[in-house]
Ligand binder design. Structure first.
Ligand code: NAP
Ligand code: MG
Length: 402
C-alpha cells in the first residue's frame, strides 16, 4: 500500500515517562507504516525542557500558531520531587499552562465511548463534551481571613482616578472574604472557541452560569456569549441546523442527567473543573477521554487527558510488563491527523483517522484490552494485553480495514 501523503506538517510535542514509551510505539506501529508523516518535532521531555531553559515549550507553542495543528504527549509538571529526580535548574512551569496561555485557548474534553464500557448514566448514548474556561474566577482569587468586627469593601480604582466602592459586609465578628475577577477579553475568547468548536464538530452548545444570583459577574458571561453569538455565529449555527442555548447552571445539571449526550457543555472555570471529573468518572476512565485545546482563531492542540502514568513507567524501567492504556494518546494523533486532513483537504488522511479510531475501539469490543478497562468492562472472558500487544492488536485490526 502506498503511504498517505501530507502537505503541512503537524507540530509534534513529545513528552515524558510511560506516555513517551507509548508515543514511540504508536508512531512505529500505527502511523509511520501508513502515512508519509510530516512533523515539526519538539522534545518536551523534562530533560530537554531543562536543557533549553524551557525555550522548547515556547518554540513549540509558536510553531503551533504558525502551522495550526499540534499533537502533544503528556508531560511532567515539575514539583519538588522532580527537581531532585531530574536535577532541574528551575521548577519549570506546566507546559500545558504555557501552551494554553500562548494560544489563549479553551480545553474541550469528551469521553471515548465503546461497547463494553458503559457510562453509569444509562441514557448517555453519545459523549458529552465539556468545554472549560481556563482563566480566572476562584483560580486567581485573593482571600482574607477576617479577624473580627469591621467593614469589608470592594474598591476599583481606575487609571483615570475614578473610584467605584461597594460594601461587601459589615462584620460583627470574624469571618472570611474573597475577591475574584475575569476579563471581557478572556470571556470573549472562551465564547468564540466554544462556538467555533461546536460548528466544527456539528454539535449543539449549552452554556450555563448562576446569573440569577450573580447578577453582574455571571450575567457578564451570559451577555458576552449572547453578543458574540448574535454578531458572529447565529447565521452559521442556523445554516448548520445547530442550537446555542443558555440556561441556569442548576437547570443544565438536571438536563444533562436526563440527556442522550452528543452536545457541548460550556462551563465557567470552577464548574468545568468539577463537572469534567464527574463526566469522565461516569464514563469509566481518564484513559478513555479526548482532550483538545482550541484557540479563538481556530488553532488546535490535541493531547490525552491523563498524565505520564509515572507508576507504570517505574515498573517498565524495572523490566516489568505494563498494561498501559494508549487509547487517549492514539485519539490525540487521530484528532490531529483528521484536522490536518480537513484543513489541507486530504480525504485519505481523514479516512485513515476514522479507520484507526474504529480499529482501536473494535479491538476493545472484541475483548482485547488493557488492564484498566478489563477491571470495569461488562464484556465476559476478556483478554488482558500488555502495552505493546494492545497496540499490535490494533494494528492487526487496522490492516484489515485498509
Ligand atoms: P496520571 O499519569 O494520569 O496517572 C494516575 C493513575 O491513573 C495511574 O497511576 C494509573 O493508575 C491511572 N492511569 C492514568 N492513565 C492511564 C493509562 N493511560 N492507562 C492505565 N492507567 C492509567 O497522573 P499522575 O500519576 O498523578 O501524574 C504523573 C505525571 O503526569 C505528573 O508528573 C504530572 O505532572 C503529569 N501530568 C501531566 C498531564 C499532561 O501533560 N496533560 C496531565 C496530568 C498530569 P494505576 O497506577 O492504578 O494503574
Ligand atoms: Mg478537577
Amino acid at each position: 500500500m502506498e503511504k498517505i501523503k501530507m502537505v503541512t506538517p503537524l507540530v509534534e510535542m513529545d513528552g515524558d515517562e510511560m506516555t513517551r514509551i507509548l508515543w514511540k510505539m504508536i508512531k512505529d506501529e500505527l502511523i509511520l507504516p501508513f502515512i508519509d508523516l510530516k512533523t515539526k518535532y519538539y522534545d518536551l521531555g523534562l530533560k530537554h525542557r531543562n536543557d533549553t531553559d524551557d525555550q522548547v515549550t515556547i518554540d513549540s507553542a509558536e510553531a503551533t500558531k504558525k502551522y495550526g495543528v499540534a499533537v502533544k504527549c503528556a508531560t511532567i509538571t515539575p514539583n519538588a520531587a522532580r527537581m531532585d529526580e531530574y536535577n532541574l535548574k528551575e521548577m519549570w512551569k506546566s507546559p500545558n499552562g504555557t501552551i494554553r496561555a500562548a494560544l489563549d485557548g479553551t480545553v474541550f474534553r469528551a469521553p471515548i465511548q465503546v461497547k463494553g464500557i458503559e457510562p453509569c448514566v444509562k441514557n448517555w448514548e453519545k459523549p458529552i463534551t465539556l468545554a472549560r474556561h481556563a482563566y480566572g474566577d476562584v483560580y486567581k482569587n485573593t482571600e482574607i481571613k477576617v479577624p473580627g468586627a469591621g467593614r469589608a469593601e470592594l474598591v476599583f480604582t481606575g487609571e483615570d482616578g475614578q473610584e467605584i466602592r461597594q460594601v461587601i459586609h459589615e462584620f460583627t465578628g470574624s469571618g472570611v472574604i474573597q475577591g475574584i475577577h475575569n476579563t471581557d477579553k478572556s470571556i470573549g475568547s472562551f465564547a468564540k472557541a466554544c462556538f467555533t468548536y461546536a460548528l466544527g464538530t456539528k454539535q449543539d452548545l449549552w452554556f450555563a452560569t448562576k446569573d440569577t444570583i450573580s447578577k453582574v459577574y455571571d450575567h457578564n458571561f451570559k451577555d458576552i456569549f449572547q453578543e458574540i453569538y448574535d454578531k458572529e455565529f447565529k447565521d452559521k449555527f442556523e445554516a448548520a441546523g445547530l442550537e446555542y442555548f443558555y440556561t441556569l447552571i442548576d437547570d443544565a445539571v438536571a438536563r444533562v442527567m436526563k440527556a442522550k449526550g452528543g452536545f457541548i457543555w460550556a462551563c465557567k472555570n470552577y464548574d468545568g473543573d468539577v463537572m469534567s471529573d464527574m463526566v469522565s468518572s461516569a464514563c469509566g476512565s481518564l484513559a478513555m477521554m479526548t482532550s483538545v485545546l482550541v484557540s479563538p482563531d481556530g488553532i488546535y492542540e490535541y493531547e490525552a487527558a491523563h498524565g505520564t502514568v509515572q507508576r507504570h513507567y517505574y515498573k517498565h524501567l524495572a523490566g516489568e510488563e505494563t498494561s498501559t492504556n494508549s487509547v487517549a494518546t492514539i485519539f490525540a494523533w487521530t484528532g490531529a491527523l483528521r484536522k490536518r486532513g480537513e484543513l489541507d483537504n486530504i480525504k485519505e488522511l481523514m479516512e485513515f483517522a476514522d479507520k484507526l479510531e474504529k480499529a482501536t475501539l473494535g479491538t476493545i469490543e472484541s475483548g482485547n484490552m488493557t488492564k484498566d478497562l478489563a477491571l470495569i468492562t461488562s464484556l465476559k472472558d476478556v483478554n488482558v494485553l500488555n502495552s505493546g500487544d494492545f497496540i499490535k492488536a490494533i494494528r492487526a485490526n487496522l490492516e484489515k480495514s485498509l
